[in-house]
Design a protein around this ligand. Structure first.
Ligand code: PGA
Length: 247
């Protein structure tokens, strides 16, 4: 059985003390059975990366950054390069989370640059895609996601190590989850889109948006859903462990 990916996105939550306290509780809950069934990824804030790296590595948890800048170095105040992230023990990086797109105006073209730079730096990008409620209601959800994939992955070898996370914007932080059936339909559409772009057969496609212990098992049981990207529920070590242990 392929291991499912359980990724936690802490967004702008947790101080250093809180992050380390999370690990104190979470790591002992990562038993062998859980670790055989899933790959764990945690995306804390930049300020926590260095301090969490050693303990995460020992526990078999991969560390992700929530963002990156595509340029190697330069006059980009407030930004962080991929080499700097790799230095901190980071192996994965979120690219194009809907909050980056909506609040910080990141375009598909800029995300494409980040994705290419992440691959070139040997990090695993997790490209986030998803439609808004208006787009779903206007029946354009699939074409919106296809465009995000085509532009975000333009010129990228789909056999490189990377992941896609389907996160319907209306399900993020709202308590509304796509039904497993809705998620599966979009995941199949994403697979078809990747195939039409010439590959991506082994590329994991995660679901995100109000994933919690109560709905994780159903989502993770779906063969087209290769894992989950968890926001709010990943802040609580017991909840995150329950999600990871729900297969
Ligand atoms: P949520 O966030 O689980 O709190 O809905 C998911 C995400 O933004 O990745």
């Amino acid at each position: 059985m392929k291991r499912k990916i359980i990724a936690g996105n802490w967004k702008m939550y947790k101080t250093l003390k809180e992050g380390l306290a999370f690990l104190d509780v979470f790591i002992p809950l990562c038993n062998r059975e859980m670790m055989e069934k899933c790959s764990l990824v945690l995306a804390p804030n930049f300020t926590l990366l260095v301090s969490m790296a050693g303990r995460c590595r020992e526990a078999g948890i991969s560390l992700a950054a929530q963002n990156c800048h595509p340029t190697g170095e330069g006059a980009f105040t407030g930004e962080t390069s991929l080499a700097m992230l790799a230095d901190c023990g980071v192996s994965h990086v979120l690219v194009g989370h809907s909050e980056r797109r909506a609040i910080f105006g990141e375009t598909d073209d800029f995300l494409n640059q980040k994705l290419k730079a992440a691959v070139a730096a040997g990090l695993i990008p997790i490209l986030c895609v998803g439609e808004t409620l208006e787009q779903r209601e206007a029946d354009v959800a699939e074409s919106v996601v296809e465009k995000q994939l085509q532009q975000g992955l333009h010129g990228v070898d789909l056999d490189e190590k990377m992941m896609v996370a389907y996160e319907p914007v209306w399900a993020i932080g709202t308590g509304k989850t796509a039904t497993a059936a809705d998620a599966r339909t979009m995941h199949q559409c994403i697979r078809q889109c990747l195939e039409s772009m010439g590959g991506g057969g082994d590329l994991p496609v995660l679901y995100g948006g109000s994933v919690k212990p109560a709905n994780a098992a159903e989502l993770l049981a779906a063969p087209d859903i290769d894992g989950v990207l968890v926001g709010g529920a990943s802040l609580n070590p017991e909840d995150f462990a329950r999600i990871a242990g729900s297969m």
